[in-house]
Design a protein around this ligand. Structure first.
Ligand code: AMP
Length: 326
């Protein structure tokens, strides 16, 4: 039985005493929200074994790679508005990183993640290890990721798919397995990773086993200076932050343009003026991510650019809706 504690607050004197887990986890009915029973409990239950997730099926799910920030927490808060139990996963997924990418350097810290997730209203953190996610072993997992059937939006746009050829295979494999373990009603993905959101939406819709799960977008959250929040931002040296701000500035410049070609040129110029190495800076159809020829319908500007210093670098991605001109 887990050592859960119920905190009661009487003026000037907090009281705490242990609560039996069965209070939260009746065997005869699914868990709704732990927080409805115990609103002041801040540390979520941690689950490592997918078998222990069964009582939380049909909840609201927020998959993450940890190193949580306010962008992740906004998704957890959004999940809470739906009313069921909120489950976030923390798993740095090796199959979506190619050799030479930043898998080892990716920031990690489960303890801090638990505090933050709990403060945003998360009931359960699912933190599987690599063997749980990939019982076939690391090499076979890479092969399985490469063999994933991908929707068009994961292979045609020549955006993330071109720059990170292994990425969407790994994402689709891990998301499929996480959804199979958690069995949520709703899974929330951030608009920060716009192409990933389109890919996961298309992938889930095409899989009969996942089609009943609603994939819900969550708005992109920025720091006050405009930089899109990202776990990787912690690696940006403070003195180079202004260069990183070239990304949101480029999106702002594009917003004023009246033609996609002008918008793309303005974005590229702004990024280069900030010494950023441009992977892409484009305007596309928001759903298919195919090129567009005007701004008569909704479109999306998307950027990926690399900030380099010494022997290190961070890849920044961002996106924003463009103005519709009629
Ligand atoms: P990550 O941990 O980076 O894999 O992201 C986990 C989820 O959080 C994904 O659905 C991301 O799109 C989302 N996310 C990451 N950063 C932000 C942000 N700044 N605003 C909104 N959602 C975000």
């Amino acid at each position: 039985m887990r050592d859960l504690r119920l905190s009661l607050s009487i003026p000037g004197r907090p009281l705490e005493f242990p609560l039996a887990e069965r209070v939260f986890r009746p065997t005869h009915e699914p868990v709704r929200s732990v927080r409805t029973l115990c609103p002041r409990m801040t540390r979520p239950i941690v689950i490592h074994d997918p078998a222990d997730l069964a009582p939380y099926a049909h909840g609201m799910f927020v998959p993450t790679m940890g190193a949580l920030h306010d962008g992740h927490l906004s998704l957890i808060r959004q999940a809470r508005t739906h009313g069921g139990p909120v489950i976030a996963s923390v798993f740095v997924n090796p199959t979506q990183f190619a050799p030479g990418e930043d898998f080892d350097a990716y920031p990690r810290g489960l303890d801090r993640d638990l505090e933050l997730a709990g403060s945003a209203g998360c009931d359960v953190v699912y933190a599987p290890n690599a063997t749980t996610m990939y019982p076939e072993g690391p090499e076979a997992a890479v092969t399985a990721a490469a063999a994933c059937a991908l929707p068009e939006v994961a292979v045609r746009p020549r955006l993330e798919d071109a720059d990170r050829p292994r990425f969407f295979g790994g994402v689709c494999l891990v998301v499929t397995r996480l959804l199979q373990h958690v069995r949520p009603t709703v899974a929330i993905f951030g608009e920060k990773d716009w192409q990933q959101l389109q890919v996961v939406t298309a992938m889930a819709a095409a899989d009969p086993d996942l089609a009943s799960i609603r994939i819900e977008p969550g708005p992109l959250v920025r720091d006050p200076d405009g930089l899109a929040m990202s776990s990787r931002n912690t690696r940006i040296p403070a003195e180079l932050r202004d260069l990183a701000l070239g990304v949101p500035r480029a999106l702002q410049c594009a917003h004023a343009a009246q033609h996609p070609e002008t918008a793309e040129r303005l974005m590229r110029e702004t990024l280069e003026a900030h010494d950023l190495e441009v992977d892409y800076a484009v305007v596309r159809d928001p759903a298919t991510l195919r090129p567009v020829t005007d701004f008569a319908r909704p479109t999306r500007a998307l950027i990926a650019a690399r900030l380099r210093w010494d022997d290190d670098s961070v890849r920044l991605i961002d996106n924003a809706p463009m103005t519709v001109w009629r």
